[in-house]
Design a protein around this ligand. Structure first.
Ligand code: ADP
Length: 541
């Protein structure tokens, strides 16, 4: 499908979905023919703009205008309302995007963003424009403006709480289960939800036993069942099912579970129940998803850590075995045997260093999590520090075919924790060697305005923009064909050390063109930056 056809289809789907569900909403005894507590179009517009981009706003404007102009309101009134509805969707979607909202609603923060910015926040705009249009047009039944405003706002908020999550979580490719038992369970849950919702919300049955236990609490276990077993998709679908049954019951003349005089009051009470239930269930299902994700990360970490530790351990075992064999040869040992023994022991020493550094990284990561990274500040001459680190890595660089060039034109002295700064520089250089494709590496440093700026630049495989944001988090590595071993902790620890000094560690990179990592540190640590153990989430630049 070409991009053009796809875009036209997006516009058409939003327009038709908006108009059709608006008609449904207006059928619920709309105040002045335009304000109703059932307003799914708000959710459709928000989800469409979040998923497909705010460029879809004309479809929302046109649909809102068409819907309102057919209710009998003057054309200019319909235009004011359409502007309000469009702004509501654009502002809501932009705020969510601005705060990196993930529409799959798999994190608590995503649910809170949706509730705060969209459902409670952006809907204020549309309600205000709506009440202004009604006042200017002097519509009948619009005399009590606070009620009119509240009805409008509640209707829109419910759209964001019930319809937007539904579309957002179902809009991704679905892998349908092939297990018959799962389908049976799903069917049972659906039937139970319909029966219990009908029993709860529809007015009265003649069966006394049902009347005695009638209460919305009866639905909670079923919704929890949906959350535990059918995750976001099952939960949003279950909430929609309950909502439709509850809304139809509330508007019916025969009355509903919520005892109130007018259908509007009953609908408002129903909305209150549905809003609280929907938020609670979305929070529950997101917390469960976070827990599942954390378990996944832990399992992956255990597998990475055991693999990373096993590789040097196996090498160490082989080298020691070779040394023992040579050492056990009957005397006299010739010079070649002595040299072989020496080589095996040196290699064993190098492998042990690698093991120690892996375990040190793990210890540092756990110290950082517990907020126990202490800094021992002293005067550090940068040139000496860099010379030591480069000296230690020269052999490793030569093996990879890279040359390390150093450009520090003036002596720089700072008050830092020497071993921690050494740790950062070592990590940056050894990454440049690992991922630098055998090309030259340049370490340069300058100081200005009381701050050190140190760059480690390679011309290697580079890092995509998306990956740049995550490599500073613990255990995050980039999976590429060039992948080299590592725990994915070095940059995380490095950034935390930089932050603890009152500095930053950032990257600028383009795939296949190389990366430049920049460490910035104040020469004198500011008192406010003197933190031991930076546990706050790292800033990503
Ligand atoms: P690791 O021990 O895996 O190297 P780091 O935290 O030091 O852990 O790095 C995280 C990831 O960032 C690496 O796995 C690698 O994918 C990517 N990375 C780091 N430095 C570079 C670089 N100079 N060029 C390309 N990718 C890099």
């Amino acid at each position: 499908m070409t991009a053009r056809i796809r875009r036209s289809l997006d516009y058409a789907v939003v327009f038709v979905g908006y108009v059709a569900t608006a008609r449904f909403g207006l059928s619920f005894d709309a105040l002045a023919g335009i304000a109703t507590t059932v307003w799914p179009p708000t959710g459709i517009a928000l989800a469409a703009l979040v998923l497909r981009g705010t460029r879809l706003w004309p479809a929302v404007s046109l649909a809102a205008f068409v819907v309102n102009v057919t209710t009998g309101i003057p054309i200019w009134g319909a235009a004011i309302i359409a502007v309000g509805n469009t702004l509501e969707a654009v502002v809501g979607a932009s705020l969510l995007r601005r705060f990196s909202f993930d529409p799959r609603l798999g994190r608590l923060r995503d649910v809170l963003l949706l509730v705060g910015w969209a459902a409670l926040g952006s809907t204020l705009i549309s309600a205000t424009f709506g009440v202004a249009a009604a006042a200017l047009a002097q519509l009948p039944r619009a005399d009590s403006y606070p009620v009119f405003w509240a009805v409008w706002w509640v209707g829109d908020a419910m759209g964001d709480l019930l319809i937007a999550p539904l579309i957002c979580v179902w809009a991704w490719p679905i892998r349908w289960s092939r297990r018959p038992l799962r389908w049976l369970e799903c069917g049972l849950l659906g039937v139970a939800l319909v029966l219990v919702s009908a029993m709860v919300f529809h007015r009265p049955t003649s069966v006394r036993a049902i009347e005695l236990v009638r209460g919305t609490y009866a639905l909670t276990p079923l919704l929890i069942w949906a959350s535990l077993r059918f995750e976001q998709r099952g939960t949003t679908a279950a909430l929609l099912l309950v909502s439709v049954i509850a809304a139809v019951a509330a508007s019916a003349a025969t009355g509903s579970y919520f005892a109130a005089r007018t259908p509007h009051e009953r609908l408002l009470m129903t909305d209150g129940y549905l809003a609280v239930t929907s938020i609670s269930m979305l929070v529950l299902v997101a917390a469960l998803a976070e827990r599942r994700a954390a378990i996944g990360v832990r399992d992956e970490f255990i597998s990475i850590a055991s693999h990373e530790l096993k590789t040097p351990l196996t090498a160490l075992k082989l080298r020691l075995a070779a040394a023992i064999r040579t050492q056990q040869r009957p005397p006299p040992r010739d010079a070649e045997a002595e040299a072989k023994l020496g080589r095996a022991l040196t290699a064993a020493g190098t492998t042990t260093d690698r093991l120690v550094s892996l375990v040190d990284d793990l210890l540092d990561a756990s110290r950082l999590t517990a907020g126990r990274l202490a800094l021992r500040l002293e005067a550090v001459a940068l040139r000496d520090l860099v010379r030591d680190v480069v000296g230690r890595l020269r052999e490793q660089a030569a093996e990879a075919g890279s040359r390390i060039e150093v450009a520090i034109p003036e002596p720089i002295v700072g008050r830092w924790d020497r071993s921690r700064v050494e740790q950062i520089v070592t990590n940056l250089l050894s990454n440049a060697i690992k991922y630098g494709a055998g090309r030259p590496i340049l370490l340069s440093a300058l100081s200005s305005n009381g701050r050190l700026s140190l760059d480690v630049k390679d011309a290697g495989i580079g890092i995509t923009r998306a990956d740049q944001a995550r490599i500073f988090q613990a255990f995050e590595r980039v999976t590429t064909a060039h992948r080299v071993g590592g725990l994915g902790l070095g940059l995380y620890i490095g950034r935390q050390i930089a932050v603890a000094h009152g500095g930053t560690l950032s990257v600028d990179s383009k795939p296949e063109q190389g990366s430049t990592f920049t460490l910035e540190l104040p020469l004198e640590m500011p008192l406010s930056g003197a933190r031991s153990g930076a546990t706050s989430p790292p800033r990503v630049s």
